[in-house]
Design a protein around this ligand. Structure first.
Ligand SMILES: *Cc1c(COP(=O)(O)O)cnc(C)c1O
Length: 398
């Protein structure tokens, strides 16, 4: 449990990330997918570790048993290498002009979606490349009609010693809806792709299809490894469907109350007066707003936690601040406000915020940041001197 009162300097508002939770979650996922034989786990740490801090999240995931790390861009992969990560690492989203040579030199596995990308990667020499096939998401990856010639082109490059084809993979469109017909169709298509790859003479080290939801809900899709993003951070990839696995949300967003004061029945609150007090009450000012990644759509919908109670956001969320209903109480300036956290104390979760604003928990945790200070703690560490504050690196990593 995070102990707010041990902070040396109470921050205005901060993101506290518990690395023990990430370790724990990756361990749970690893055990879960390995029940019928070994399956590797790739922890996905793109987008600054879904807002949790890429390097720190990656370290915790490795400690928790992640065999691989996965990121979108080459820049993200190189940042992990610069931070000292040396393990298996895959990136999968390149744009024209990307620096494949640096990725290859750093031992990063790259992904090819197109013939042009494959040729560009082959021209570097010595790349470990994975091939992505589009099995039905209709996003990145080789189109079905191209699979055969794409695999043939890769096999030609491999035979000439220009690349090593280490993986073939694809990505689900609706794994958070286990009954969605796209899941069976995509898995069948992926098996077709693997047959064609074999016919082309490819023998990849790993084949993979599953993200968090499929890792948890669809064992038939595990293949050699699963790519787990959101579940590594303790959030539910398929709300309402995921069984209780004991995942622990790693992120808490909290602030210090700036002021509290009475408002009279009929008073309008915040820009546009979209909320009026229907009786005399009190409100509190929370110093975080959409400039910090708090969704503006949370106005009049989300709640925060103050003094052991849920306090609804009243009126519009502003750029720097928001107002909550304190129900007649006047807690002192500096009182802790938890916007969202693991939910252990009754506070809202990132999922509650997602439900309130009509999005997914992924967006809530990934977008929060702005001026908020991010601090990593390790709740398995009883020695509080070990708390690692990374305030001064903020702004460059997000
Ligand atoms: C982001 C991403 C993942 C992780 O998905 P989660 O639902 O967060 O587990 C896996 N694979 C690819 C290709 C991704 O882009």
């Amino acid at each position: 449990m995070i102990s707010p009162m041990t902070d040396p300097v109470p921050p205005r508002a901060e993101i506290v990330v518990d690395l023990a939770a990430i370790r724990h979650n990756v361990g749970i996922l690893k055990d879960l997918v390995s029940v019928d034989g070994p399956v590797q786990v790739m922890a996905v740490v793109k987008a600054d570790g879904y807002g949790h801090g890429m390097v720190e999240a990656a370290g915790a995931a490795r400690d928790g048993g992640a065999d691989w790390l996965g990121v979108a861009t080459i820049e993200e992969a190189l940042a992990l290498r610069a931070a000292g990560d040396r393990g298996p690492l895959l990136c999968w989203l390149s744009a024209p002009g990307d620096d494949f040579a640096s990725a290859v030199a750093a031992g990063v596995e790259v992904t090819a979606y197109t013939f042009a990308e494959l040729d560009e990667i082959a021209a570097v020499g010595g790349a470990r490349v994975q091939l992505k096939v589009d099995t039905g998401l209709s996003r990145g990856g080789a189109a079905r009609a191209d699979w055969q010639p794409f695999f043939a082109a890769a096999a030609t490059h491999e035979a000439a010693g220009r690349v090593h084809v280490t993986g073939i993979w694809s990505h689900f469109a609706a794994s958070d809806e286990p009954a969605h017909p796209a899941n069976d169709a995509q898995e069948a298509a992926f098996r077709d792709a693997l047959r064609l790859a074999e016919e082309a003479g490819l023998d990849p080290e790993v084949t993979h299809l599953a993200n968090s939801a499929a890792a948890i809900l669809r064992p038939s899709s595990h293949f050699d490894l699963v790519r787990c993003g959101i579940a590594s951070y303790g959030l539910d990839p398929a709300p309402g469907v995921t069984p209780g696995l004991g995942l622990r949300p790693a992120m808490t967003v909290r602030a210090r109350l700036v002021m509290s004061k009475p408002v009279a029945a009929g008073d309008g609150v915040s820009y546009g007066h979209t909320w009026h007090a229907d009786e005399d009450t009190t409100v509190g000012l929370v110093p975080a707003g959409y400039g910090d990644g708090i969704p503006r759509a949370a106005g009049n919908t989300a709640s925060v936690w103050v003094d052991d109670s849920l306090r609804p956001v009243r009126g519009r969320v502003c750029m720097d601040q928001l107002v909550v209903d304190l129900h007649g109480e006047l807690p002192p300036t500096g009182t802790e406000v938890i916007l969202f956290g693991p939910g252990d104390r009754g506070e809202p979760t990132a999922q509650d915020w997602a439900d309130a604003v009509g999005t997914i928990s992924y967006e809530i945790v990934t977008r929060v940041g702005g001026r908020l200070v991010r601090r990593h703690v390790d709740t398995d560490d009883t020695d509080t001197d070990d708390i690692d504050t990374d305030d001064d690196s903020e702004g460059t990593t997000r």
